[in-house]
Design a protein around this ligand. Structure first.
Ligand SMILES: Nc1nc2c(ncn2[C@@H]2O[C@H](COP(=O)(O)OP(=O)(O)OP(=O)(O)O)[C@@H](O)[C@H]2O)c(=O)[nH]1
Ligand SMILES: [Zn+2]
Length: 354
């Protein structure tokens, strides 16, 4: 090409055709921006991976551009980055755009913050880490996680830890029929066994890990991501102090197949469900969703809902076996429906722990 293509610097030195317009507005909208993945957030500073899995992959620190206003940027977000995206020590880039999100997970509202805020974006799967004993498993908490995940369009993986202490059969029977994949781990000395199945279930996807204190989540994360402890401490160039505890989610790359990420959510124990619409939840149960098309308008599909087609469907089964299977399916769905309401920890003595 004889002529050099125009770039941003050319635009700047030439008078604008419509001379009165401010210079910044005549530039293409950050056409030079680079795509990056947000891996952590700490007090207004974002840790990102620029060009993830690409030839120029690097870690950078950024702040939000003023034009984004109050819009939240969360781990898992794909963003456009301008400014110094080199990732060199002390460099600070600017996030100018957030890509459309495939999924959003919201944390529960609480006394200090009544809003159900988005905490993770674009995750494919929610991993509910539950100990089989010590602490005792709580199905209500698991149910709520399943609802949050299904509502967000995510799959659910139930990771049952401490199989050396109790049998996983009962929980398996409760969750596998509603589409929840189950993996089981145990501690053998200092090693976690059962990791191969966990790795397989996580491969090539972004998975959010959630679990109550003491269930063995850190043990699992450390086994999956050997340098996790280091990775979580990245952010603090600004104060110069290392801060290894974070209360916000952090994305960690799992060694192995590309695109395998776990997003740890310290301090997050349940998810906001107040916004969940029963019909949307029903979408996770394709067979029931079809049946419910016959429901009266505005049917809540709850056990006490008048003329709910789900009840007719159970009653219309040809034989006992089919009827039992249908009833179990409807019961599972209704159990999840009920778990949306009320306190996350209601009905559990261990609820206040952690
Ligand atoms: N018996 C048994 N103990 C385990 C197993 N996995 C973890 N533990 C123990 O359970 C305790 C809690 O494990 P952590 O990994 O710290 O649990 P956590 O969920 O990260 O809890 P916090 O650190 O409080 O958030 C530790 O003493 C672990 O050694 C297991 O499979 N079997
Ligand atoms: Zn209904």
């Amino acid at each position: 090409m004889a002529r050099r293509a125009l770039d941003e610097s050319d635009v700047r030195v030439r008078p604008s055709r419509r001379g009165s317009r401010p210079r910044t507005k005549t530039r293409p909208e950050h056409a030079d921006a680079e795509r990056a993945l947000v891996t952590g957030v700490d007090r207004g500073r974002y840790t990102l991976l620029v060009d993830p899995d690409g030839p120029a992959e690097r870690v950078a620190i950024a702040m939000k551009a003023r034009e984004l206003g109050r819009e939240r940027v969360v781990p898992g977000d794909r963003v456009d980055l301008v400014g110094d995206t080199s990732g060199a020590a002390g460099s600070l880039a600017r996030i100018v755009r957030i890509a459309d999100r495939s999924t959003v997970l919201r944390r529960t509202a609480d006394d200090t913050d009544p809003v159900e805020r988005v905490i993770v974006a674009n995750a494919d799967q929610l991993v509910v880490v539950t100990a089989l004993a010590d602490p005792e498993p709580r199905t209500r908490m698991i149910d709520r996680c399943v609802v949050a995940a299904y509502d967000a369009g995510m799959d659910v993986l139930l990771a049952l830890t401490k199989a050396d202490l109790a049998d996983p059969a009962e929980l398996r029977a409760l969750y596998e029929p509603i589409g929840v994949r189950v993996v089981v781990t145990r501690l053998d000395g200092d090693d976690v066994s059962g990791l191969d199945a966990v790795r397989e279930a996580l491969a090539c996807r972004a998975s959010v890990l959630v679990g109550h204190s003491g269930v063995g989540k850190s043990t699992l994360v450390n086994a999956l991501v050997p340098d996790a402890a280091r990775a979580t401490g990245v952010v603090n160039d600004v104060t110069g102090r290392g801060r290894h505890t974070s209360t916000s989610a952090v994305a960690l790359r799992v060694p192995g197949p590309a695109g395998t990420w776990v997003i740890d959510t310290p301090g997050v124990r349940s998810f906001g469900l107040a916004h969940v619409d029963p019909d949307h939840l029903l979408g996770a149960f394709a067979d029931l969703a079809e049946v419910a098309e016959e429901c009266p308008r505005g049917c809540s599909h709850a056990a006490d809902a008048p003329d709910c087609a789900l009840d007719d469907w159970v009653a219309a089964a040809d034989d006992d076996e089919t009827r039992d299977a249908r009833a179990a399916r409807v019961d599972s769905f209704r159990r999840l429906l009920v778990s949306r309401t009320g306190a996350a920890d209601a009905g559990s003595a261990a609820g206040a722990a952690g």
